[in-house]
Every structure is written in C-alpha cells, then in structure tokens.
Design a protein around this ligand. Structure first.
Ligand SMILES: Nc1ncnc2c1ncn2[C@@H]1O[C@H](COP(=O)(O)OP(=O)(O)OP(=O)(O)O)[C@@H](O)[C@H]1O
Length: 417
C-alpha cells in the first residue's frame, strides 16, 4: 500500500544510445520515429520521453519485452546510465543533474539495487556480502554486523551467515542479494529482473516473499520484469513499455480489465484473472451491527428492509467479531434476548482485501458471505461466493470465458481465520 506522495518523479526522460545523441534528440523532438532515427543516425532511442510518478511505499513494476527500454529507464534512476534529456526527481531533488559526490551519496543512502545474477562476491561469506554496502558507508564493524544479521533474519537466512554463496541455492543467493540491498536502509530499491534466473517454483516463492517483506518494510520498490503474470502478481501498479514508450500504467486490475489497446490486450489474454484481481476490488459495502451501540430489534428491522439474510457484528475498533443469521435474530427478538454475542456465530469466513480471488476461492465453500478486512484488520465489507465466480468468469473481449484458466486452489496462503 503506497502513500499519495511521489517518491520518484520521472519527467520527459529521453535516452538515446550512440555517437550523436543530440542530433538524434533533435530529430526525435521534430517527430521522427525510432526506426528513422536509427536509419539516419545509427543511434538507438532507448527511452522515449517518458513521464510518470512512483509513490512512496509503492511496489511499481516496469514490464516489457526484451529491448523495450526497461533496464535503461531504471538505470537512469541511479544514474548507472546518464539520460540524454529530462529529469528524475527523488524527493524533489533532480538526480539527473547532480555531481559525482552527491550521486555516490545517493547510491549509498537512498537507492540500492538488486541484480538478476545476484552480484555476490563468491569469496566472501554471506554475512560479509550483506555487510558490504554498510562497510562502504564507513559504518563501524559491530554495528554493521548487527544490521547485516538482522537483515539476514528478515529474509530467513541467519543460519547461513558464515557460508560462502556457492553453498546456497539460486533462490537463497537471491535472498542474500535482497538482504544486501535491504541492509543499507535505502528507501528505494531497484530490482532488475531480480527473479528471472530462478526456477519457476523458487521464483514464485520469491515473489510471495517480496510481497510479504514489502508489507512489513514499505519501501519504494521499482521492479523490472518481462513476465506479465509476475508483474500483475506483485505490482501495486504496472507500467508496460514498448519501443522506449510507456503504453499503459495502471493497477493490475486496470491492466487486465481495461487494456488501452490491442498490444496490452494480447499480453493479458492468457492471464489468470483469479491470480490478479484482489478481494478489495469486488468488496461490497454493508451495514454491520456495532457492538455496544446497535440493538437487536433495530438490527432485525434493518435486515428486513434491506432483504439481507446475514449481518456482520463489529466491535468498537471496527473489527468483525461475529456473524448474525436473520432467522436466529428473529428468534432472539421473540425471546427477548438482547445480548447479540449469545446468538452470533464466531466461526465465520474472513479474508483480506489484498488477497487475490484465487487465495479466497476455497473459503467460498462455506457459502457464507466473507468478512473483508484491511491491513489494520478493520471491516471494509463483504464478498459473497457468487461475486468471486462472477468476477473471474467475466467475458473477455474475445468472447472467451477466463473460468477455464482457473487452477485448482491449494492452501489459503494469505487468508486470516
Ligand atoms: N549500450 C547500448 N548501446 C546501444 N544500444 C543500447 C545499449 N543498451 C541498450 N540499447 C538499446 O536500447 C533499447 C532498450 O534496451 P534495454 O536494455 O533498456 O531494454 P530492456 O527492455 O531492458 O531489454 P532486456 O529485457 O533485453 O534487458 C534496445 O533497443 C537496446 O538494443
């Protein structure tokens, strides 16, 4: 979950590779396209006048096929590549135009990077690798040891601290790479195809791990991927690039449900909607019973008026604590029973608004409306089992139902019960 403050602002960014970038830039400004520029100058338009914001705390994915300009764009942010023109603001400072000393400082304190091939020192222990960035910052030995150990705990590798990277599997080595970037406490993390070298199963595990870590750490993460399923799974928002341009920026739900053109539609055709759509996007607001405030009689009247069969009970902190069935409530009113805690069911289905529909699919088996809670555990509404199927099975533009794309549901990874 991100704040509404931009952490990074990319403004009219252009990168042209070659011997005559200024000449090519002029042509580009006069409307020449990528292939004309290449033909006439031999220069390559890597990033083509791109403008967008990345919010504080956002996990922002830049997605595109090989050669679309993802790496160029991201490497401009920490100036591993110098832009030809444009601005890159980090916290209002234009890093496209800072001197070398300031740049070094920024790389030490604000932006760290995780590489595809881990980039670990093979002859240094896991702990020394994680400490490396802190050592470069001149942090004293004990402090950096403690910090590195703490970060290894976070990624679940504390017991491997004294091993060499070669003793670890690919997935573990990438977690070391991640720990090294996290240990610096830099608020911005650039991840360049960080999971691409991993086996599919390990890769999915790392994606889950990143989502979990991000929930805790709330960094601003800019993640490059060429895999649409990965992008839609982990991104708060996704920017899809083609030929140096951004074709669409949106939430995974936006991209899947409202592709701006055929290019994006093609990409999303094989996407499993159940793995992309989040419970929060289909939640229905309802009136709950507030414990200590509402009465059994008025609750029953309300349910009759709305024609509803069930009603959630929430406490003063807005947390769901029980489910009332209308029949049981009618009986309670007849018997003069006023204590709602005596008649509510405390065994009810509860899911998070950030759960994907696939995560909650099995919970629908109870056939009861599910209570949906936000990050703080507060009640935001309900999802009825039929709403899940309706959303997953919504017809695509080609007229095919995506229901066939559903995979068998396994364990409830993120469902709170
Ligand atoms: N050093 C370079 N010199 C010339 N052209 C380059 C250079 N680096 C990248 N390019 C070109 O710029 C364009 C964008 O490349 P970039 O590496 O940013 O794309 P990408 O989407 O990250 O691709 P990949 O997934 O293959 O890394 C491509 O056409 C590429 O050939």
């Amino acid at each position: 979950m991100s704040s509404s403050r931009p952490k990074v602002r990319i403004e009219n960014l252009v990168k042209i590779y070659g011997d005559h970038p200024q000449e090519a830039l002029k042509m580009f400004r006069n409307g020449a396209d990528r292939s004309t520029i290449l033909e006439e100058t031999g220069n390559v338009l890597g990033v083509a006048d791109v403008t967008f914001d990345i919010m504080d705390g956002e996990l922002f994915v830049i997605m595109g096929l090989s050669g679309s300009g993802k790496s160029t764009l991201v490497r401009c942010i920490n100036r591993l590549i110098n832009p030809t023109s444009g601005h890159i603001f980090i916290d209002d400072e234009d890093v496209a135009h800072v001197d070398k000393d300031r740049l070094r400082e920024l790389r030490r304190t604000k932006v760290s990077m995780v590489f595809q091939r881990f980039g670990l020192f093979p002859h240094k222990s896991v702990l020394d690798n994680v400490e490396y960035g802190l050592k470069m910052r001149g942090i004293e030995t004990q402090l950096r040891r403690d910090k590195a150990m703490e970060t290894l705990e976070v990624v679940g590798l504390a017991e491997w601290a004294n091993y060499l990277p070669s003793s670890l599997s690919g997935g573990m080595q990438q977690r070391v790479g991640l720990a090294r970037a996290l240990a610096t406490d830099a608020p911005i993390l650039l991840m360049d195809e960080a999971f691409s070298a991993l086996d599919p199963l390990i890769r999915r595990g790392m994606q889950d791990e990143l989502i979990r870590l991000q929930d805790e750490l709330q960094k601003t993460i800019i993640f490059i991927s060429h895999d649409i399923q990965e992008s839609l799974k982990i991104g708060d928002r996704v920017a899809v690039m083609k030929d140096g341009y951004i074709v669409q920026i949106g939430t995974p739900e936006d991209i899947v449900s409202n592709p701006v053109n055929d290019y994006i539609r093609e990409f999303t055709l094989d996407v499993n909607r159940a793995q992309v759509l989040r419970t929060g996007s289909i939640v229905k607001q309802t009136i709950p019973f507030i414990l200590g405030k509402d009465s059994v009689t008025s609750a029953l009247e309300g349910m009759r008026d709305r024609g509803s069969a069930t009603m959630y009970v929430i406490n003063r902190e807005n947390k769901p604590i029980g489910l009332l069935q209308r029949g049981r409530l009618e009986q309670a009113v007849r018997e003069g029973q006023q204590d709602v805690t005596q008649i509510m069911e405390t065994d009810f289905p509860i899911v998070h608004s950030s759960n994907t529909l696939e995560d909650i699919f099995h919970v629908a088996e109870s056939n009861l409306p599910m209570a949906v809670v936000n990050r703080q555990g507060k009640f935001t509404g309900i999802v009825e089992p039929c709403d899940i199927l309706a959303s997953i099975g919504r017809l695509t533009k080609t007229g095919e139902s995506n229901l066939d794309a559903m995979e068998p549901v396994t364990s409830p990874t993120k469902v709170a019960v």
